[in-house]
Write a protein that binds this ligand. Structure first.
Ligand code: FAD
Length: 491
C-alpha cells in the first residue's frame, strides 16, 4: 500500500472557497500506485477522488475519503506506447500523464514546434483537470480543450485500466503501460461520457491529444460599446472574421448615453515571419508595468479596499481597467497570447454560464438590468467586467458547450474579487436568473447545478447516455463524493 501523505491534511482550492479534510491524501507517481490506492479504498469501503491544481471554484474536487493529488503524474509519454492505425498522422498526436500543467504542456509542445490549437486564458491547471470540466478559450470554429482529446486512459473501479476512444478510433491496440493490463474500448458513447466527466467515472491517468504545428497569434484590443458591437456579433461579422473573439463588458453605465462600454479582443494567426518589435511583444504598457511592478498581495488588497469602501466607484474603476487594456497589437507564440497573463493572479472567483447562440444577447440585456437593480437597492456590485467568449459547440454529453454540430455557444463569465461584500450572493442570483435563457453553468466555476429544478437531465439532453456509462464503469460508487450527491449521480 502506498502511504498517504500525512503532511497536508487540509485541502483547499486556489481561493480557499472549498476546504476539505480527506481521510487520506496521496500523491502517486505511477499508474500502479493509483491502482493500489483505488483497491485499498474499495477494500476499506472508502471513495476516491482525483484532484488537479484545485483551480475549480466549485465543490467538484472535494471528498472526505481518499484524495489523489495528480501533480506527480506529470510525465510527457512517448507516442511509441500507442499502436496507431496505419493511416494515422502520429506527428500531431501527443501523449501525456494527467497531472501535467498546461504551462508544462505548452513548453513541451513548443520544444517540438507544436502547439495546442486552442486553450483557456490560464495555464496553471492540470491537463486532465481542465479537460474534465470542458475548460475552453474562444473561437466559433474551435472547441474546448476536450475537443482535442483522441483517447483517455482511465483507471476505474477495481483498479481496471481502460483506454477509451471514439468508435472509429485511432488505435489498433491499447496503450502499453508496462505490466499493467489495459482494455481498449472503442465506443462513441463511452468516449463522449468519459472525456468530460469531472472525475466521476474514475481517475484519468493519461490523455492522447491532437495538436497542431506551432503558430503565432496577433491580438488587438479595441474599445467600443455594446449597442454598436452586438449588431456585429454575427457569423458574417466579427464572429466569422476572427479566429478568437472575446468581448469584455462593463456591467454598469458610466455616462448618460445609456450604453455599456466594452473591450473587443480579436486574435488571429499571423505569418511565421511576421516581424515583432519590443512593443509588439508585450501587451498594453500600463497593464504590463503593473504586472511587473505590483506584488499580487498588494494589488489584491488595494482593489478589495477600493471596491468595499467606495462601492459606488465600481463602474468607474471597471471602466478605467477596460481602458488600460486597449492595445493596438500584441504578437507572440500562440500559447502566450491566449494566456491572459498577470490578471490571472488577482485573487478572484467566478461563475461562468454557457448560453445558446440564439439567446445570449437577451441574457446580456437582462444582466444589465439585474446589475443596475442590485447596485441601486443594496449597493452590491460585481467587481469586474464580465466577458463573452464564443466557442464551438461540443458533442461531449456533459460539456457546458453541448449543442448542435455547426453551432456555437457564448460563454459569459462573471469574476468577483475575493473578499467582495456580497460576491457569492451576486453570483447565486445571476445563476438562478440565467437558467431561463438556457444558461448552463461551467462545472469548474461557482455553481449550484443539480439543486432544485436545475437537474442534469433538464440541462443536458444526453444525460441518460452519460448515466448509462456511469453505471457501466461505476457499479460500486467508488468515485462518488459531495458533488455527485448534489448532482444526484448515483450508481
Ligand atoms: C485563474 C483561473 C483562470 C481560469 N481560466 C479559465 C478559462 O479561461 N476557461 C475555462 O473554461 N476555465 C477556466 N478556469 C477554470 C479551470 O480551468 C477549471 O476549473 C479546471 O477544471 C481546473 O483544473 P485543475 O487542474 O485545477 O482541476 P481541479 O479543479 O483540481 O479539478 C477539476 C475536476 O477535475 C477532476 N480531475 C482532476 N484531475 C483528474 C484526473 N486525473 N482524473 C479524474 N478527474 C480529475 C476533479 O476531480 C474535479 O472534478 C480558470 C480557473 C482559474 C483559477
Amino acid at each position: 500500500m502506498i502511504k498517504a501523505q500525512r503532511l497536508k491534511k487540509v485541502w483547499k482550492n486556489c481561493v480557499d472557497l472549498q476546504v476539505g479534510h480527506p481521510l487520506g491524501y496521496f500523491q502517486p507517481s505511477t499508474p500502479q500506485e493509483v491502482i493500489t490506492i483505488i483497491r485499498e479504498a474499495e477494500r476499506k469501503g472508502y471513495k476516491v477522488k482525483a484532484v488537479g491544481s484545485g483551480h475549480s471554484f466549485s465543490d467538484i474536487a472535494l471528498t472526505r475519503d481518499f484524495l489523489i493529488n495528480t501533480h506527480k503524474l506529470n510525465k510527457i509519454l512517448s507516442t511509441d506506447l500507442l499502436s496507431p492505425l496505419p493511416a494515422m498522422d502520429t506527428a500531431h498526436l501527443f501523449v501525456c500523464e494527467c497531472g501535467v500543467l498546461i504551462k508544462q504542456l505548452n513548453a513541451a509542445l513548443d520544444a517540438r514546434k507544436l502547439a495546442l490549437p486552442n486553450m483557456g486564458a490560464y495555464t496553471g491547471q492540470t491537463i486532465a483537470g481542465a479537460i474534465s470540466t470542458a475548460t475552453h478559450g474562444s473561437g466559433i470554429t474551435l472547441g474546448s480543450l476536450a475537443s482535442l482529446v483522441e483517447a483517455v486512459v482511465m483507471i476505474g473501479e477495481n483498479g481496471e485500466v481502460f483506454h477509451i476512444e471514439r468508435g472509429q478510433g485511432i488505435s489498433a491496440a491499447p496503450i502499453q503501460l508496462g505490466n499493467v493490463p489495459v482494455t481498449l474500448i472503442q465506443d462513441d458513447e463511452a468516449f463522449l461520457s468519459s472525456v468530460v466527466s469531472m472525475g466521476c467515472l474514475g481517475v484519468t491517468y493519461a490523455l492522447v491529444l491532437k495538436v497542431t504545428d506551432a503558430y503565432l497569434l496577433k491580438e488587438e484590443r479595441t474599445f467600443s460599446s455594446w449597442e454598436k458591437v452586438k449588431k456585429q456579433l454575427r457569423r458574417e461579422g466579427l464572429l466569422g472574421a476572427n479566429r478568437h473573439l472575446e468581448v469584455l463588458l462593463n456591467p454598469y453605465q458610466t455616462h448618460t448615453k445609456g450604453d455599456h462600454d466594452c473591450l473587443i479582443t480579436q486574435r488571429n494567426i499571423c505569418e511565421p515571419e511576421t516581424s515583432t518589435s519590443w512593443f509588439r511583444l508585450h501587451r498594453a504598457w500600463f497593464y504590463t508595468l503593473v504586472g511587473w511592478l505590483m506584488p499580487n498581495f498588494l494589488l489584491n488588497a488595494i482593489l478589495r479596499f477600493l471596491f468595499n469602501t467606495f462601492p459606488k466607484s465600481t463602474p468607474y474603476l471597471i471602466q478605467a481597467s477596460l481602458k488600460t487594456l486597449r492595445d493596438g497589437c500584441y504578437i507572440d507564440k500562440s500559447f502566450k497570447v491566449l494566456d491572459l497573463g498577470k490578471a490571472n493572479n488577482i485573487a478572484a472567483y467566478s461563475l461562468e454560464i454557457a448560453f445558446p447562440s440564439a439567446s445570449y444577447q437577451q441574457a446580456v440585456e437582462a444582466l444589465f438590468v439585474i446589475f443596475g437593480q442590485i447596485a441601486a437597492d443594496g449597493e452590491q456590485y460585481i467587481t469586474s467586467p464580465f466577458s463573452l467568449r464564443f466557442v464551438k459547440t461540443s458533442a461531449h454529453y456533459l460539456a457546458m458547450q453541448y449543442g448542435a454540430k455547426d453551432d456555437f455557444v457564448c460563454m459569459i463569465e462573471f469574476p468577483v474579487l475575493k473578499g467582495t461584500v456580497g460576491g457569492e450572493e451576486i453570483l447565486s442570483r445571476i445563476e438562478h436568473d440565467m437558467y431561463r435563457y438556457g444558461g448552463i453553468p461551467h462545472w469548474g466555476q461557482y455553481n449550484h447545478v443539480g439543486i432544485g429544478d436545475h437537474t442534469l437531465d433538464k440541462l443536458y439532453p444526453q444525460f441518460y447516455k452519460w448515466m448509462a456509462n456511469y453505471r457501466r464503469f461505476c457499479k460500486k460508487g467508488t468515485f462518488e463524493n459531495n458533488f455527485t450527491e448534489r448532482c444526484r449521480i448515483i450508481a
